[in-house]
Ligand binder design. Structure first.
Ligand SMILES: Nc1ncnc2c1ncn2[C@@H]1O[C@H](COP(=O)(O)OP(=O)(O)OP(=O)(O)O)[C@@H](O)[C@H]1O
Ligand SMILES: [Mg+2]
Length: 488
């Protein structure tokens, strides 16, 4: 385990047209609020180093005192359907890349590090609450087995900033780890502002880093599109299976790697409705729970447009090829959702015929109907099924019909004709970051008390293991009409 990490800059060096070298603002009195020891070790970084003054310098963008090699990355994006040609890291910087213990290249990135050439009207800062929220939700997603960017640390800068709350809030920097920060918006930026050669270099970088097998394909750019399409279809299916609402699925918040990124106005559904949405600015419900697969496909269509001249010189040929790939989204998503739902109900569909997948896909809707019409809590429902005590949460004709259909499907498709309780126990979490608990923990953390935050973090890091230390965190606490705010 090295002390000072060896940082590389392949993105900035290979494609200098896609980022700007820029330094973080100096933090007046930085202090470490949380450090992810496990992730730190996975990256081959010594947690004790990160706790030292030199480590703190790294986590605030000043690893090399004079001229740190940190970069603001350029990207564009469709925000709520409107194209914005220039977004970019307006409050963020790429610190560099490290090779983790598996040899995978991963970005270290700061969020909240001050103004950059991409800041537009913003102050470049981030409040402590939302950065701790991103840290904790990322850890929850990771523990649930869902691909995600993760927080390595949150450092309070010592400043206070004014946001929606009446009083000024502490400012903070989140150090985020991602397998890259390439977004659909990165390609859109290259398509609008740079040459085809630069765009090709971005595609080559993405292929090298995330989809090396695409390099061997007859048409690597088309294979890149297909790889991203598949990974996003599977990712969104995973979100739907835990009741996760991302909340701001703009093309600049969709990764090429297939990792979840940007936990701004996200939340987990409690009382289930397909219309669940927690963002105060999404008035049309564009990114509501039910709309997430359609939003992902819409974003992938924008990705395809950005790639089009790389796919083929002839526009018609390129459009036909891209359309064929995009048409694979729905069956890919449906299969991932059906298999995931079957697993939640104790049935492993590996090797099962298409009919099984089709039947479980239909049963997803039956299940969502039951949850919706009976006003059930998404997570508690599946846990009750897992623990064989469904009558505790729902009774009546609809529930009886649901049970009968579930049993019929298990008899038909389970390898030994019955649901596997172990499979259910490892696919239906007890602990998710419930809005009410999370908000309470964040308010206390802003006042300097990390007790609840630490307890909730402990629970969501082992989401499948009931533990009396986390009593109360398995249920909604008090039901609240919860809203999150964008522009955090
Ligand atoms: N306080 C701020 N100052 C300057 N720019 C900002 C600020 N907040 C957001 N932005 C910029 O607005 C755009 C959209 O922001 P969004 O909330 O989606 O991203 P983010 O949360 O800042 O970062 P990321 O997507 O990397 O998680 C981005 O270009 C972002 O850099
Ligand atoms: Mg964003």
């Amino acid at each position: 385990m090295t002390e000072r990490p060896h940082l590389e800059h392949t993105y900035a060096k290979d494609i200098p047209q896609m980022s700007v070298r820029w330094s973080a603002e100096r933090s007046p009195s930085p202090s470490l609020v949380v450090l992810n020891d496990r992730l730190s070790r996975d990256l081959g970084l010594d947690p004790d180093f990160l706790r030292s003054p030199d480590g703190l310098a790294l986590l605030t963008g000043w690893a090399d005192d004079d001229e740190p090699a940190t970069y603001a990355q350029a990207y564009a994006g469709h925000q709520f359907g409107q194209f914005v040609p220039q977004l970019g890291d307006g409050r963020a910087l790429l610190v560099g890349e490290v090779l983790d213990r598996q040899g995978t290249r991963r970005d270290l990135h700061l969020k909240g590090s001050g103004r950059t050439p991409f800041s537009r009207g913003g102050d470049g800062k981030a409040p402590l609450g939302p950065m701790l929220r991103e840290y904790l939700v990322g850890e929850a997603m990771h523990a649930l087995g869902i691909p995600t960017t993760r927080g390595l640390a949150v450092v309070a800068t010592g400043e206070r900033i004014q946001r929606q709350q009446p009083d000024a809030e502490p400012a903070a920097i989140l150090t985020r780890v991602a397998s890259s920060h390439l977004r659909v918006g990165t390609f859109q930026f290259a398509a609008v502002h740079r040459t085809t050669e630069v765009k090709r270099a971005v595609a080559d970088h993405a292929i090298r880093r995330h989809w090396p097998e695409a390099a061997e394909a007859e048409n690597p750019s088309l294979e890149l599109l297909r790889s991203v399409m598949r990974s996003q279809a599977e990712l969104v299916a995973r979100w739907m299976l835990v009741g996760f609402v991302h909340g701001v699925m703009n093309t600049d918040n969709m990764t090429i790697s297939g990792e979840t990124i940007d936990y701004g106005p996200c939340a987990f559904v409690d009382t289930f409705t397909r219309n669940a949405l927690f963002s105060s600015i999404d008035r049309g419900g564009r990114y509501a729970f039910r709309n997430q697969p359609a939003a992902a496909l819409w974003n992938l269509s924008r990705f395809a447009e950005a790639l089009i001249d790389l796919i083929d010189d002839d526009a018609d040929t390129a459009v036909d090829a891209a359309t064929t790939v995009l048409e694979e989204f729905e069956p890919t998503y449906d299969a991932a959702l059906a298999r995931g739902m079957a697993a939640k109900l104790g049935v492993d569909l590996a090797g099962a015929p298409d009919d099984a997948v089709r039947e479980y896909r239909a049963f997803v809707e039956t299940t969502f109907d039951l949850l919706e019409t009976s006003g059930l809590d998404f997570t508690l429902f599946f846990r009750a099924v897992t623990e064989d005590r469904l009558p505790d949460v729902v009774q009546g004709d609809d529930a009886a019909a649901w049970v009968a259909e579930r049993e019929r499907l298990a008899r038909a498709w389970a390898p030994d004709g019955a649901a596997d309780p172990q499979l259910m126990a490892r696919t239906n979490p007890v602990y998710i970051p419930r809005n009410h608990h999370l908000e309470r923990a964040l308010r206390a953390a802003e006042d300097g008390d990390l007790g609840e935050f630490t307890r909730l973090l402990g629970a969501v890091r082992a989401p499948f293991e009931p533990d009396e230390r986390f009593a109360g965190l398995e249920g909604p606490g008090s039901s609240s009409s919860f809203v999150t705010f964008c522009g955090t």
